[in-house]
Design a protein around this ligand. Structure first.
Ligand SMILES: [Zn+2]
Length: 432
């Protein structure tokens, strides 16, 4: 009995093992073959996609759209004439557009940062069928023309935007730009913030981790509560290692806006020390062996090494007295700021948009880009400051500060400052 049982057990266990092996083989075969077809399907579909994409790319890149749109923001020194003449249109059409604009009374004065939108129809003989000029953030004038009609219809339109005041604050963790972006601050506000502080702060060297800033600025939202544009910075405070730099927007005269510190002093200096961002001072003012001529010569400017194409700013408000070739200086720009100060910027790769002799420029405006034209061993900006006809060391220059508000202006400023401070507390309390 015992013997029999053992035999039976052996046979059954053999059978179980056999069944188990067959079962495992079937399962693994199914899994394997399923996988095979899936793999080949993936390869097939991705191949089809690449093929399709290639075709889509080919049929789209060779085609020109019928309608194109050109956006332009007016800059210092622009006129309606200069803007229209830069368009790719025939003479007659340019004249029609210019005459149409000049016939509108509310467009008599062209301000900086006015937006122009030109819509081109490449099928029609006269290309511009519609163009729009924004007179300010909330108003625009639409010029449109029916097919085969000669003249434009002029329509004024008030945009249904709501102006909101936004308060943001943060501790700077990696860079000012990244911290601002992560708060949702729009790039043009960040650029304006950097431009305003550019006279006091060297963004490469003065800002440290855990410094902080606060800002109030205007934002325009449409009916769907979507931000469509930004306006002015109203207030900002940059809290650096051992200084707090505050600035308040103030209208000190009709339509004349500037930024002042808490003591009513304009944050602008008459000249910037370093009219370029992120550059390294590579050669200072004084006697040195000339890198190309080889002999010792007075270096009458300051050199800042920076990559080709880095924007160069006007170091102060003024009038361009030269924008052209200066021999050893290559492409250069000269600016007369007032009766005593002039500045020179040499070796540029190209000039800023609209920069030519006679044009007025604003401090911080881009007048050209770093290059290595003329007598130069590598891309850099050669910057000269001329005081009463004599070249001086820009880095030792005791910079005369800008406007200080006095008398009635100062009183008005104090009132406006208090209003802004109250606004700030209100905005902060709304955050919590
Ligand atoms: Zn130099």
């Amino acid at each position: 009995m015992k013997y029999f049982n053992l035999r039976l057990f052996k046979e059954i266990s053999f059978l179980i093992w056999l069944l188990l092996i067959i079962f495992i083989s079937i399962v693994s075969y199914i899994v394997y073959s399923n996988n095979q077809t899936r793999q080949s399907n993936i390869i097939k579909s991705s191949f089809e996609n690449i093929y399709l994409k290639k075709i889509i790319k080919e049929i789209t890149t060779n085609l020109e759209p019928r309608y194109t749109t050109i956006n332009y923001y007016s800059k210092a020194g622009d006129t309606y004439e200069s803007i229209i003449s830069s368009l790719l249109l025939d003479k007659e059409e340019k004249k029609l557009i210019l005459d149409t604009i000049l016939s509108v009374n509310s467009l008599k004065i062209l301000r900086i940062n006015q937006r122009f939108i030109f819509k081109y129809d490449h099928l029609s003989e006269k290309k511009v069928r519609e163009f729009i000029i924004e007179t300010d953030k909330k108003n625009e004038i639409i010029f449109s023309k029916k097919i085969n009609k000669e003249n434009f219809n002029i329509k004024k339109l008030e945009k249904n935007f709501q102006k909101n005041l936004v308060y943001k604050e943060t501790v700077i963790t990696n860079s000012l730009y990244n911290s601002a972006v992560s708060l949702g601050i729009k790039p043009n506000i960040i650029i304006e913030f950097a431009r305003l502080y550019g006279f006091q702060v060297d963004f490469q060297r003065d800002i440290w981790k855990n410094d902080s800033f606060q800002i109030i600025y205007e934002e325009f939202v449409n009916e769907n509560n979507k931000v469509v544009d930004t306006g002015d910075i109203i207030f900002a405070s940059l809290n650096l290692q051992d200084t707090d730099l505050q600035l308040y927007k103030f209208e000190y005269d009709k339509n004349k806006i500037d930024y002042f510190d808490e003591n009513g002093k304009s944050i602008k200096k008459t000249l910037m020390k370093t009219p370029i961002n992120g550059a390294r001072l590579s050669s200072s003012y004084g006697k040195r062996k000339h890198p190309i001529l080889g002999y010792t010569k007075m270096h009458t400017g300051t050199d800042f090494a920076a990559p080709t194409g880095t924007p160069i700013m006007a170091s102060g408000d003024g009038k361009v007295t030269k924008a052209g070739w200066c021999g050893g200086g290559g492409n250069c720009v000269k600016i007369k700021h007032n009766s005593s100060y002039q500045t020179v910027y040499a070796h540029m790769s190209k000039f800023g948009r609209g920069i030519k002799k006679g044009v007025r420029v604003k401090q911080g405006q881009i007048i050209g880009y770093v290059g290595s034209t003329g007598m130069s061993t590598g891309p850099h900006l050669h910057y000269e400051v001329i005081e009463n006809g004599k070249k001086i060391n820009s880095q030792k220059l005791k910079l005369p500060s800008g406007k200080i508000l006095k008398g009635q202006d100062r009183k008005m400023f104090e009132v406006s400052k208090i209003k802004i401070d109250v606004l700030k507390s209100n905005l902060i309390s709304k955050m919590n």
